[in-house]
Design a protein. Structure first.
Length: 122
């Protein structure tokens, strides 16, 4: 894994989609996706939790203390801000450089979501 840039701290950093995939695959991290419902349903990081920014604390309670929290949004901007806020609370956190746009452009695995209230998605 690459060293953090000077603007990044031990607790918070930006990771490439490949680094995020490796961290998630080794169970070193868990992902939280803060995108809107439609974006989430179109596909997300396998195993990610879907939470709004206001629901982050609920999602953090379900992630082991030793794991890095990887936050995903569409372009990486909001997730960087949320990852910083999480790290201020004492957890290791990272955002994905370029967000889900970068994740998809690098052909990383995607998991579709289905709306149980929408019969056309079943």
């Amino acid at each position: 894994m690459e060293d953090p840039t000077p603007a990044e701290t031990e607790q918070t950093k930006a990771v490439s989609p490949e680094q995020a995939r490796e961290m998630l695959g080794s169970n070193e991290a868990s992902a939280i996706d803060i995108r809107g419902d439609e974006e989430w349903r179109s596909g997300h990081i396998p195993g990610a939790r879907h939470r709004s920014e206001e629901e982050i604390d609920d999602a953090l309670e379900r992630i082991a203390d030793g794991q890095t929290v990887i936050v995903a949004c569409e372009d990486g901007d909001r997730s960087a801000r949320i990852a910083e806020k999480i790290s201020e609370g004492g957890r290791k956190a990272a955002s994905i450089e370029g967000g889900m746009e970068a994740w998809r452009s690098q052909d990383m695995p995607m998991q579709p979501s289905y709306d149980p209230d929408d019969e056309s998605t079943i």
